[in-house]
Design a protein around this ligand. Structure first.
Ligand code: 5RP
Length: 244
């Protein structure tokens, strides 16, 4: 099978937004070389990247990968992508992942798919992180997407009150909701998520520090200083931010 044929196979012509996501994923895939250790992101855009890695592995690409969620692990296993534990590899060459929001400084909001904890651990262990998305994810100011905060299940309502105080103390406000409501969503790590609808995030660094200082907060969806580049796909083509 030629390289071109699997590219064509991945580009399904049905939905323009899906085509954009696929194109962003395929551009990131061009950065992958044999011998690399890769982090595999989570979500509908990262899924296309994993599909592409799988197609290239079938053609002889030699990589070892760390998935950022059980969903991505299942997809990678189904494609016979070699997997390893991050604890054994320690460092990765590159992680490719999606985002819920991104600003011009490559600061991200992630966690819409519920995988932010493993995504951040994997991103932090990576020499480079490429964000892939359709261009609707690019924003002037972060915050329109509700910020996910992962919390320990123990006394999570008390943790939620402390999170509200931390939001207030850093000049942020907005309704918070337990993801899943009466049937709470449980993350791969066995935690709950609170989604904080802030509207705008005025001071992402201060907010990130304040949230992490709350006992019971496991991690939050602000990814500050992790992404090194982004590929954003729009109707008029690809836009790259940073250096791939
Ligand atoms: C999962 C994430 C995803 O990367 C984010 O939600 C983007 O997903 P999609 O590509 O489906 O829009 O952070 O926790």
């Amino acid at each position: 099978m030629s390289g071109e044929s699997w590219r064509q196979r991945l580009l399904s012509p049905e939905d323009p937004v899906e085509i954009m996501k696929q194109k962003a994923a395929l551009r990131a895939l061009e950065q992958v070389r044999s011998g690399m250790k890769l982090g595999l992101g989570t979500g509908s855009t990262a899924r296309y990247f994993v599909d592409g890695v799988g197609a290239q592995v079938a053609e002889g690409l030699e990589v070892v990968c760390v998935p950022t969620s059980e969903a991505t692990r299942q997809q990678a296993e189904s494609l016979n992508i070699p997997l390893a534990e991050l604890g054994d590899l320690q460092r990765l060459d590159l992680t490719v992942d999606g985002a819920d929001e991104m600003d011009a400084a490559l600061r991200l909001v992630k966690g819409g798919g519920g995988a932010l904890l493993r995504e951040k651990i994997v991103a932090a262990a990576s020499d480079a992180m490429i964000v892939i998305a359709d261009d609707s994810k690019m924003v002037d100011q972060l915050g329109a997407f509700a910020l996910p905060v992962e919390v320990n299940m123990f006394a999570h309502q008390a943790t939620a009150s402390a999170i509200a105080d931390a939001l207030h103390a850093t000049g942020h406000a907005g309704p918070m909701s337990l993801r899943g409501g009466d049937s709470p969503f449980v993350t791969d790590g066995g935690h709950y998520l609170y989604d904080c609808a802030l509207g705008t995030i005025n001071d992402a660094e201060a907010l990130a520090s304040a949230l992490l200082a709350v006992p019971g907060v496991v991690e939050h969806g602000l990814f500050l200083g992790y992404a090194t580049a982004a590929v954003l796909a729009g109707t008029d083509g690809l836009q790259e931010v940073g250096t791939l």
